[in-house]
Write a protein that binds this ligand. Structure first.
Ligand code: NAD
Length: 316
């Protein structure tokens, strides 16, 4: 398989939080979707998810003529992948479950089919151990929910067949996704490591009494978070000191960062910390339920995505 244009039928193996969202996006892009998930209520919950997410995903991809009913459910993983040119694997984040899934599907794949794993925390090298021939497997980590958030982190290594990474890039781009390539594997890939670094300090600021949970949240959403939705931190800093760009920024602020970095915290998520964060969220949202907060988040993300889409990408 060398051409994203010939991916017409896709298998979604594991259709929980991530798989159901991927399925919605694939359907909206006009693909046929075959699903395997052993949960008793999988079909009902995936259909519910699609019905809820459909207006949103169609608002983002209005040009495509997807059909929410172009979906089939299978009671066997092998049957689900047997006609697919591309498989998105989203089974639970446990190595034995992933490896057992690969053993089940590998003999049933069509020649040239690509298998992409959504794993957040496992590494491609560990997952390749589950294959007789690992050359068709690559890592394609989305951000939740994949039907809304554009980023997909890709990783392939020396065991991956030539062309697989490029085909996957073209395929995800055809769905409106923004891909990045990892040049070597690390736990947490790129974006989750960045989130982990930020959250570590956010917790430290709360637990050491510098600011409340609500104020740390505001320090991001009303501040750098708005800029980060537009452009990445390297570019933003290179714009921060006028015409001198990144070099001038580093000259001016290196001493500050060198003073701050050793002072950053390294908290542990103990029971006390969990309680403090949970209490802080309750104070911040004053009785509003998670459902309402989640709806607000999705509405804001949708508007932001539409604004970003007007500029196509920060580089254009
Ligand atoms: N939740 C996130 O924010 C997020 C983000 C990006 C990537 N991921 C990755 O996506 C994958 C799935 O995570 P999730 O959050 O959707 O988990 P989930 O628990 O919501 O969904 C997993 C689904 O897999 C099904 N399942 C269990 N055993 C299976 C099997 N043998 N074959 C097929 N399906 C099986 C379960 O019934 C469930 O519906 C994980 O690898 C995770 O790291 C998660």
């Amino acid at each position: 398989m060398k051409d994203a244009a010939i991916i017409e039928r896709i298998a979604v193996v594991g259709a929980g939080v991530i798989g159901a969202s991927w399925a919605t996006l694939f359907l909206a892009a006009g693909l046929e979707v075959d699903i395997f998930d052993p949960a008793d209520d999988a079909e009902a919950s995936v259909r519910d998810y699609i019905a809820t997410a459909w207006p949103v995903v169609k608002r983002l991809t209005p040009h495509t003529g997807g059909n929410p009913d172009a979906i089939r459910f299978f009671s066997d993983a092998g049957d689900a992948v047997a006609n697919a040119q591309f498989v998105q694997e989203n089974v639970p984040e446990r190595l034995p479950v992933k490896l057992a899934t690969y053993a089940e599907i590998e003999p049933r794949l069509v020649p040239g089919a690509i298998v992409a794993t959504s794993t957040s925390g496992l590494m491609l090298s560990e997952l390749q151990a589950g294959w007789t021939d690992p050359s068709r497997l690559l890592l394609a980590h989305p951000f939740n929910p994949p039907h809304l958030i554009p980023l997909v982190e890709l990783f392939a290594n020396e065991h991956t067949a030539p062309g697989i990474l490029e085909t996957a890039e073209a395929f995800y781009a055809s769905l409106g996704k923004e891909t990045i390539r990892l040049q070597r594997e690390v736990p947490g890939h790129v974006a989750n490591r960045l989130q982990a670094a930020l959250w570590r300090e956010a917790i430290h600021l709360v637990t050491t009494g510098v600011a409340s949970v609500g104020d740390v949240d505001k320090a991001i959403w009303a501040g750098p978070g708005i800029r980060w939705a537009a452009m990445g931190p390297h570019t933003l800093f290179s714009l921060a000191t006028g015409a001198g760009g990144m070099r001038a920024f580093c000259e001016r602020f290196a001493d500050s960062f060198h003073r701050w970095w050793p002072d950053l915290g390294t908290p542990q998520i103990t029971e006390d910390v969990v309680q403090k964060l949970a209490d802080g969220i309750a104070d911040e949202w004053q009785g509003q339920g998670l459902g309402d907060i989640g709806e607000k988040r999705d509405a804001l993300i949708l508007d932001i995505l539409e604004a970003v889409a007007k500029h196509r990408s920060p580089h254009n």
